[in-house]
Design a protein around this ligand. Structure first.
Ligand code: ATP
Length: 625
């Protein structure tokens, strides 16, 4: 009885789960139910009207089984009584009345059932939509570094995946309440006849419940423990067949490699799950037999009572019917209890996700400074150091320099030197691990992050290629002005994106990217011109361009920078580039190496100094000679 010992360990001690964590005890599962009130509150908030309607209909429906069984009893007794009368005195009228009543109840029950299903489905849809919206809203508030944490991702993934199951859970919780009420009604009738029958009922049903809840726990553990692998499976599935990867998958012949890994992982999961479902089916059949034996024992007892003349034929059918119905209900309630508890465990992931709070947000406990318009002095890095989450090494350290208001500063450094990190710190996607960044003499944390971001425009080297129209792709720079066509066109002209848009069959309304049917894809440089347009669209006080011209041809790059100085007149700008033709146009150049400050100065000054910059510059110049 390996299952039985398994089962005993689960409820007593803690057997390790497939993910290595201790198994959940019955108590933990019961305690997961504490999530239900908050869950019900969410359902209520989704639509008080639908929830109230649903609950009222279910309440009426809960009373119907008892009423129907009772009318059935009256009907049978009336028929038996009639059959005993002399033929001449027999009249069908009372029987017909009862029949009509039973018919009415049957129709009502069916109608209510359909109405409840309808309300469940409407409420479920609304609830699923609302949950998805809340998930998206909350995810948008979280910090970038939370997204870079894999346990966070697992949580998000589980919370997301459960959107549909939560609507199922909702219907189940409501059905559970309805069935419990029905059972209470029936139990009163049965207990009035013989309370021992209730006990027999419990004995017949409880083993099935315990078995069921054990297997539910194993299956939750299996699924929970497999979250990282399931993410990998999704990733493999997508990488194996998506427009973004098809090119390299084909060229490098990667499909076999991806498919093998997918097959290996999915087979492993299949085998583990198969063992579980087979054992579950076997034990399920056994417990169903125990339940049936209990039912027949009760039936025998009721029949002997009827044969002995202690109860009428009508009562016999009422009792046998009640018992059978209660057995079904109790089994349903108990097994649903496991499913509900399992759903409540998943809810824990959902609520955990909502409990995650961003660290970079407006701190209402300290006064918020109004953002300077215009910026007077600039940004000062005061001995700034930053370490990525879980990273051993400092990405940048001991950085002290000032980015003056109105200055165009270029960042130069080899791959991995920390240039992008510096930009992310400046735009408060992260906060420094040590030191501080000042804006006009005050810590960046004293300003409202939302206001700060309003005043900063960053175009990252891995900018997003939104599968939207060309106009919208430009407008993401300042999405509030997505309908201001002249402004979009002006930004496009400034970044040279207008020449790209002109070639598109539907101009600014053309969907770009290949994901959708009418999409037209652009070349790398064309995309970059669009992304650059976002910077002009943003029209912020501080403009940051991370490798803005890497994909541009020489002429386009030259033109972009010819305009750049004029277009950013009076604004502060940071440029990251590996091309010295671009870099030299900046007022000053900051050279960093391994996250550390090396030197700062104008192109001429740094060349004259003959340091690292001069060396890198000569190296690139030599390449052109
Ligand atoms: N999200 C991250 N998590 C952990 N480490 C990171 C992360 N992003 C960057 N790093 C590390 O921080 C260091 C600095 O990276 P950064 O992206 O700032 O370099 P960069 O100068 O912009 O390089 P490139 O010229 O290649 O764009 C690198 O060692 C990099 O491996």
């Amino acid at each position: 009885m390996s299952w039985f010992s398994d089962f005993l360990t689960t409820i007593s001690a803690k057997k390790p789960r497939p993910d290595g964590k201790p198994a959940l005890s019955v108590r933990e599962r019961v305690s997961a139910l504490r999530n239900l009130p908050a869950f019900l509150r969410l359902i209520w908030e989704t639509s008080p009207g639908l929830t109230l309607g649903n609950a009222s209909l279910r309440l009426v429906r809960a009373a119907l089984p008892l009423a129907m069984l009772y009318v059935g009893q009256l009907l049978l007794d009336a028929v038996v009584q009639l059959s005993r009368l002399p033929a001449a005195e027999r009249t069908l009228t009372p029987v017909l009345g009862l029949l009509a009543l039973e018919f009415g109840l049957a129709i009502l029950s069916d109608g209510l059932g359909r109405a409840v299903a309808l309300l469940d489905s409407l409420l479920g849809d609304l609830f699923a939509n609302r949950s998805s919206v809340r998930l998206m809203e909350h995810a948008a508030e979280l910090d970038l570094d939370q997204f870079e944490d894999s346990t966070f991702y697992d949580k998000l993934e589980r919370a997301r995946r459960q959107t549909l199951s939560r609507t199922v859970l909702m219907a189940q919780v409501l059905s559970q309440a309805q069935d419990v009420i029905t059972m209470l009604f029936l139990a009163v009738g049965l207990a009035a006849f013989n309370p021992w029958l209730l006990l027999l009922l419990l004995v017949a049903v409880i083993p099935a419940f315990l078995g069921e809840s054990h297997f539910n726990e194993r299956s939750y553990s299996l699924v929970h423990g497999w979250t990282p692998e399931r993410r990998e499976l999704d990733y493999l599935r997508q990488t194996g067949a998506s427009d973004e990867t098809a090119k390299e998958v084909k060229i490098f012949g990667l499909s076999g490699f991806l498919i093998d890994r997918f097959r290996l992982l999915s087979d492993e999961f299949y085998q583990k799950n198969k063992r579980l479902v087979i054992r579950r089916a076997g034990w399920g059949a056994f417990f169903a037999a125990v339940g049936a034996a209990g039912y027949y024992a009760a039936y025998v007892y009721i029949i002997t009572q009827a044969v002995g003349g202690r109860i009428s034929i009508g009562q016999l059918t009422f009792l046998a019917g009640s018992f059978a119905r209660m057995r079904g209900l109790l089994e349903g309630i108990l097994s649903r209890f496991s499913t509900v508890a399992e759903g409540a465990l998943y809810l824990q992931d959902f609520f955990d996700f909502f409990h995650l709070q961003p660290r970079i947000r407006r701190d209402d406990s300290r006064p918020v400074r109004p953002f300077p318009r215009p910026i007077q002095q600039g940004f000062t890095f005061d001995n700034v150091g930053f370490k990525y989450r879980n990273a051993e090494k400092w990405a940048v350290r001991n950085l002290s320099f000032t980015l003056q208001a109105g200055e165009k500063l270029a960042l130069v450094g080899e791959n991995g030197a920390g240039k992008t990190t510096l930009v992310k710190l400046l735009s408060r996607l992260y906060d420094p691990t040590e030191g501080r960044i000042l804006l006009d003499g005050h810590d960046l944390r004293d300003y409202d992050p939302a206001e700060l971001r309003q005043e900063i425009g960053v175009i990252f080297q891995d900018f997003v290629r939104f599968q939207l129209s060309a106009g919208q792709n430009l407008a993401v720079g300042r999405i509030e002005q997505k309908d201001d066509q002249p402004r979009i066109e002006q930004a496009a002209a400034q970044s040279l994106a207008d020449s790209v848009v002109r070639k598109l069959p539907e101009g600014y309304n053309q969907i770009i990217g290949r994901r959708f049917a009418k999409g037209v894809d652009l070349s790398g440089g064309e995309w970059q011109k669009i992304a650059l347009g976002r910077a002009y669209m943003r029209d912020a006080q501080l403009l940051i361009l991370d490798e803005p011209t890497a994909a541009l041809d020489a002429r386009a790059e030259y033109e972009v920078f010819q305009r750049f100085k004029d277009l950013t007149q009076g604004k502060t700008a940071v440029l990251i580039s590996h091309r010295f033709s671009t870099v030299r146009m900046a007022d000053r150049i900051l050279v960093i190496e391994n996250g550390q400050f090396v030197e700062i100065g104008s192109h001429e000054e740094l060349l004259a100094r003959g340091g690292r910059y001069a060396e890198l510059f000569q190296l690139q110049a030599a390449g052109y000679r």
